[in-house]
Structures are given as structure tokens and as C-alpha cells.
Design a protein around this ligand. Structure first.
Ligand code: NI
Length: 166
């Protein structure tokens, strides 16, 4: 396994759209392992492949306290949703920034697991929010894109300053 470098906002590569995975093979399994290790080490509760500069539709999520409930999804798509929920979100690509984002309260997601088998999952609460946040990354969207232009400008400034200092 290997730790991967996480792209930091406002890196333009975070705004690219990821391509579907055609075949879940050993390369994809290895990538899922590396992404999981990178997420746990950060530490974070979710990571999408574009955040590690891989433009393929893969996400990993683990919202458990004990960090033993890894959910990996290849080609995830939301097939139905309802309700509205607003929670404070953060992102490994935007360290130190948290903001309220409005999302769907309940979602049903279809995806492939790391063996390539299709499954569906109903998610709500924190898990539902996290999955929506990660799928956004596959579409080139970062949570700060939902904020006002003024807030986005402030966050960009803060990130650029932090990058200069590091
Ligand atoms: Ni994120």
C-alpha cells in the first residue's frame, strides 16, 4: 500500500470530471487500497479519486469512530433522493475550512464494489452527506463551490497563504 498526495484547493485539477471505470481489475483494487490508507492516515471520513489526481469514478468512505467500516464505491450514482439536510462539512482538499452545505437527506446509491459487483445502498444522515460530497468530487465539484463568492474568495486566499507558508 502507499500513501497518495492529496490535491489542495484551489488546485484546478479538482474541477475536472472523472471518467467511469470500465473494468474493476487489480489496478482498481490497488488504487482503492491506497486511497483508503490515505484517507485513514489523513485522517478523514471520505476521499474521491480526483483528490489524489486520478480522474476515475471511485470513492472511499468510512464514517465510523472505530474506522473499521470501509465503504468503497466504483462508478457510484444517486438513483433517488428526497428531503433536505444541512450539515457542516469539511474536506481533505480544503484543510481547516468548515461550512454548512445543503444536501439531500435520504439517498439511494448504486455502485460497484471492489470485486465489480453492483450493489445498492440507502444512506441518510452523515453517511448520506459524505457520499454526496464524494460523488461531487467525481463531477469536479468541491463543497466550497456551494458558498457565496465572497466566502470562496476568502477561502482561496487562506489556502494560498497556507501553501506559501508550508
Ligand atoms: Ni472532499
Amino acid at each position: 500500500m502507499a500513501l497518495l498526495d492529496i490535491l489542495i484547493y484551489p488546485d484546478q485539477r479538482l474541477h475536472k470530471i472523472a471518467k467511469p471505470v470500465e473494468k474493476v481489475d487489480e489496478r482498481i483494487k490497488k488504487l482503492i487500497e491506497d486511497m483508503s490508507e490515505t484517507m485513514y492516515q489523513a485522517p478523514g471520513i471520505g476521499l474521491a479519486a480526483p483528490q489524489v489526481n486520478v480522474l476515475e469514478r471511485i470513492i472511499v468512505v468510512d464514517i465510523s469512530e472505530s474506522k473499521d467500516s470501509l465503504l468503497s464505491m466504483v462508478n457510484p450514482e444517486i438513483v433517488s433522493s428526497n428531503g433536505l439536510a444541512e450539515h457542516e462539512e469539511g474536506c481533505l482538499s480544503v484543510p481547516g475550512v468548515y461550512a454548512q452545505v445543503q444536501r439531500c437527506e435520504n439517498i439511494r446509491v448504486r455502485a460497484q464494489d471492489r470485486e465489480g459487483n453492483v450493489f445498492e445502498l440507502d444512506a441518510k444522515g452523515m453517511l448520506g452527506i459524505c457520499i454526496q460530497h464524494e460523488i461531487d468530487h467525481l463531477d469536479g465539484k468541491v463543497f466550497v463551490d456551494y458558498l457565496s463568492h465572497l466566502k470562496q474568495a476568502r477561502i482561496r486566499k487562506k489556502m494560498q497563504k497556507a501553501l506559501r507558508l508550508s
